[in-house]
Design a protein around this ligand. Sequence first.
Ligand code: SAM
Length: 251
Amino acid sequence: MTGYEALAEVYEWLISDPKLTPAGFAAAFDDVTRLLPSDARVLDCSCGTGQLAVGLAGLGLQVVATDASAAMVGRTEQLAEEYGASVRTVRSDWHELTDQLDVASFDMVFCVGNSLHHAEGARARFVALESMSRLLRPGGRLVLTSRTWELVRAGGSRLDIGHHLVRRNGRDALVIYRWEIAPHWEQEHHIEIAVAEVAADGSVDVRSEVLSCWPYRYDELESDLHRLGLRVEKSTFDPEAEGYLVVATRQ
Ligand SMILES: C[S@@+](CC[C@H](N)C(=O)[O-])C[C@H]1O[C@@H](n2cnc3c(N)ncnc32)[C@H](O)[C@@H]1O
């Protein structure tokens, strides 16, 4: 189960302003991309609509972009074409990555933007991280960003309605998140995301999708990385902050 087939069409309303352009998205990772040699090979393995992949190609890197959602891969291809960027795209679930790409061939693998929680539980999450790790050259780095699920779960089930309209391509929409928090960490959780586009005549067109996710604690993630021989080089984890970044190096 992948999801994002409906949200792929309206995904720009879910991306923050600074990350809307490829250059802006890639700039958010300047601290890690500056560690790469100029001809490095990098993978974005949950590429979504492709801003990061196209931004990395703009830095002169050799980029492969994969995603489980065919609609997302299609949007990445469109964006790469629009920017004249050279990005190889492959539709791939994380567990299929090592069948489709050469192991030990990447200097950096990105899995960013609240993607990993879509792996269906602890075992699938470990397998996903293992695939990403196997694609790295020794000394290569895995770059992950994540929601702080400790904080999300503490907030309980709720409705988060945007406080103002978001404007994209001259069109306004209100973004609504409905969080369905299960009683136990290991259970399937749901996030329903609705993008309600408000036209000039006041009519409203809603695109929405219910996404499944399986949350994890930071400690579990760190322990998985450790078991896979990945050394955490940098972590911004703070239980009070909304999200964090982890950079882990393959030994
Ligand atoms: C929240 S989006 C993030 C997209 C992009 N990285 C960003 O930051 O905008 C999560 C992405 O993970 C992808 N995804 C979900 N399950 C996946 C899986 N099992 N294997 C690979 N990608 C998956 C979705 O299709 C979606 O594009």
